[in-house]
Design a protein around this ligand. Sequence first.
Ligand SMILES: [Zn+2]
Ligand SMILES: [Zn+2]
Length: 420
Amino acid sequence: MTDLALDPFANADGREIALGCSDCGEISLIPRHPGGGAVFLCPRCDAALERTGGRSLEAGLALSCAALVLMVPGLVLPLMTTSALGAARTSALTGLPGVMWRDGRPWLGLAMLLFLVVFPLLRLGLVTTVLARLHRRGRPAWLGPAFRLAEALKPWAMTDVFLVALLIAYSRLAATISVSLRPGAFALAGAGVLMLAARAALDPAQVWESIASAPEPRPGPALACHVCGRVEPGARSGAPCPRCGAHLRRRKTGAVRRAAALTLAGAALYIPANLYPIATLPVGLTPTRYTILEGVRDLAAAGLGGLALVVFTASFAIPCIKLVGMAWCATSVVAGSRRALKVKSRLFSVIDEIGRWSMIDPFVIGAFVPVMQYNDYIFGRAEPAAAAFTAVVVLTMLAARAFDPRLMWDAAVSPRGGEA
Ligand SMILES: [Zn+2]
Ligand SMILES: [Zn+2]
């Protein structure tokens, strides 16, 4: 437990609040009402605790509200149309899960339903509701848990990843068949851009401070909520956080064991995901099954070098970096290593942030299968490795979520005393 060393003069008029760093566990004091354009870095690991530049709750509310409005046509209007043999096939985002289900790939269908329809709508709805209540000066008790759920959904709402996948599917199909993007694709692109802008306008630390102001820092043992960073007396361990409702724990329980088990399961599935075909698409008039790396080679051969690089990075390089990086971070805790702690902390943040982009390849398949159903020669479908690869992405994302990077810093201070 951290002893909060307070300078009695620095906080004499309550102008500072205590905030826990989610990367290293250090508890620092930052100004309660910081001016614009400042970034407060953790003095121990250099992670950004709070950014004040360009942030605005009003702008965040307007942008997330507009994104929610555009999301509806993006989900139901046609995305893409192909034509061949005098016929046409059209897809819509809400139809993708059903197509995957009928094609015998229910797990892929479920992943698309959750990541592209349910989670983006739920996250946008929650963020908009929370910000609208804050705007009306309302502070009901459910605001904290609602924003906690919205933050938990952030990596799993994958509209932006799907937009890149749609562009790749379009470019790939354009080499073989007549294809056009439809209004749903443009509405979805608008919603995606607005969601990114809303993320840039909102600093979670500011939203948390608006939901419930942090209490005065008190000397003595303290622990920081791992969700909202609120600092509470150490004796409150096990009780719910008064702001976000998460259970107050010094560190996540069983973090290394759970992260290691999920990483190992991901590593085991990574082998069949790369060895077996991921999808079938016609090349000329021949249905061709291809693996992840063969798909990259085909994109490069079709003159789409940039897209080949994107798919190679998302589907091959990122999962490798994630598996190796997670193994390094987990062994660092077990070994009580003191080396390169800042590098490992930054690597973990990157792993946690980029992991979702590996869903590009499964989404490319989801984008072209509904519009490639003509006859025994002109058809597209997902192959078994697509489900295995999706499982690798989900397992490694869950591993990063289960891990607690603060344990690496604990273990460096007192080896073998790290994991709770
Ligand atoms: Zn830190
Ligand atoms: Zn909390």
